[in-house]
Ligand binder design. Structure first.
Ligand SMILES: *Cc1c(COP(=O)(O)O)cnc(C)c1O
Length: 386
């Protein structure tokens, strides 16, 4: 038995959807991509969607679309995957972090406010903030957006964990409290395209810019060109873009997966509630769910109560891995990565993220995880902690 921490669920319909594309005229830049974009935009209640090759690419073009550049600043959470911060560096901006709330492990609006007050005094306000919906649970977007609006900051939600979740009864990706939101379709996430990502927005100008940036800065739209008398072969490069396109093969898989998204998330909730109950008597802290949010539950991160147990996190982690349970740790605080330490960050800079990290272990959670496997995870953990 080898239980991973996360994995995809692929149905016969998913396989057929991919085969259909392989038999069609278009492997890339075809109709399956627009269909996928429409499906996700409709699902989230956003006006526009741009599908790309990964969430990392999506974060990059989202930042670039805001005009983020050298001399600007981007703030994100230290408790995230490195991509949430790297997108700022890709644009030449400086990156900084806002410490997390000790219950939700999401960016703390209190820390954000304190940091904004300080930054205003020294003329160091960020142009962009990237709140990350850690484990699938929405950040306190109402307060984050209020602060961002007050200080004139653009908000890009890193919703890589969060498609299928909602906040204040609106789907994540509705961009009610942001300018753009980004999804990941990596196989461990909620729905997958193999590799893939998407930006959703309600802003038409950002949408047009995102389309350009996805594909070399090239347009075929007459109204965007400098001349109107080009032939039908004629296109213009009017911006510096990339090749961040997704394929129709991937998009078809995504559209097919989207049919089951609510089922995926509901099952994750069932499993998470089961973990909550089974872990009740163990010296661990289970993840808190806040009222305003319906989490997509990408992860189930527990915290070991290190004072109560005789073992280190490493010993517990290794024992679980030894038992073929593919636990993981989310996340090593980004500012402690060697690359970021070279930029001037140090251990101690964001104490809540570091404190959380010290005891964190993500237990397996995915659609096809069986109750039997889950029981095995819990009983093994119980033995290890005893
Ligand atoms: C997975 C992930 C990404 C990157 O997603 P890719 O699609 O693999 O590029 C970015 N941010 C967070 C928070 C993630 O979990």
């Amino acid at each position: 038995m080898n239980i991973p921490y996360g994995r995809q669920s692929i149905s016969e319909e998913d396989i057929q959807a991919v085969i259909d594309v392989l038999r069609s005229d278009w492997l890339t830049q075809g109709p399956a991509i627009e269909e996928f974009e429409r499906k996700v935009a409709e699902y989230c209640g956003a006006s526009y969607a741009v599908a790309v090759s990964s969430a990392t690419a999506a974060l990059h073009i989202a930042c670039a679309a805001t005009g983020l550049e050298k001399g600007d600043r981007l703030w994100t959470s230290p408790n995230t995957f490195v991509a949430s911060a790297n997108c700022g560096l890709y644009c030449g901006a400086e990156v900084d972090f806002v410490d997390i709330d000790c219950d939700t492990y999401n960016m703390s609006p209190i820390c954000l406010e304190e940091k904004l007050v300080q930054a205003k005094k020294t003329n160091m306000l960020p142009k962009v903030i990237v709140p990350v919906h850690f484990a699938g649970q929405s950040c306190d977007m109402a307060n984050i957006y209020r602060l961002a609006s007050e200080y004139g900051i653009t908000v890009i939600e890193d919703a890589s964990h969060a498609i299928g979740g909602s906040y204040q009864n609106k789907r994540i990706g509705s961009c009610q409290y942001s300018d753009m939101a980004v999804f990941s379709f990596h196989p461990v996430k909620i729905v997958t395209t193999g590799e893939g990502g998407m930006v959703v927005t309600n802003d038409e100008k950002l949408y047009r810019k995102l389309l350009l940036l996805r594909s070399h800065g090239i347009t075929r739209k007459k109204e965007e060109m400098t001349t109107t008398d080009g032939g039908s072969w004629y296109y213009e490069q009017i911006d510096l873009g990339y090749n961040y396109r997704i394929t129709d093969i991937q998009a078809a898989l995504g559209t097919s997966q989207m049919r089951r998204i609510d089922e995926f998330v509901a099952r994750r909730h069932r499993l998470a509630r089961r973990y909550d109950e089974l872990l009740l008597k163990l010296p661990v802290i289970t993840p808190v769910q806040i009222d305003e949010s319906y989490s997509a539950l990408h992860l189930y991160p527990i915290r070991l109560n290190l004072q109560q147990i005789q073992k280190t996190r490493r010993e517990v982690f290794d024992a679980l891995r030894q038992a073929e349970i593919g636990v993981n740790v989310h996340y090593i605080p980004v500012h402690t990565q060697p690359y970021y330490r070279k930029l001037g960050f140090a251990w101690g800079d964001f104490p809540e993220a570091e404190k959380y990290y010290a005891g964190a272990i993500s237990l397996p959670l995915y659609f096809d995880l069986s109750f039997e496997s889950q029981d095995y995870v819990v009983s093994t953990l119980e033995q290890v902690l005893r």
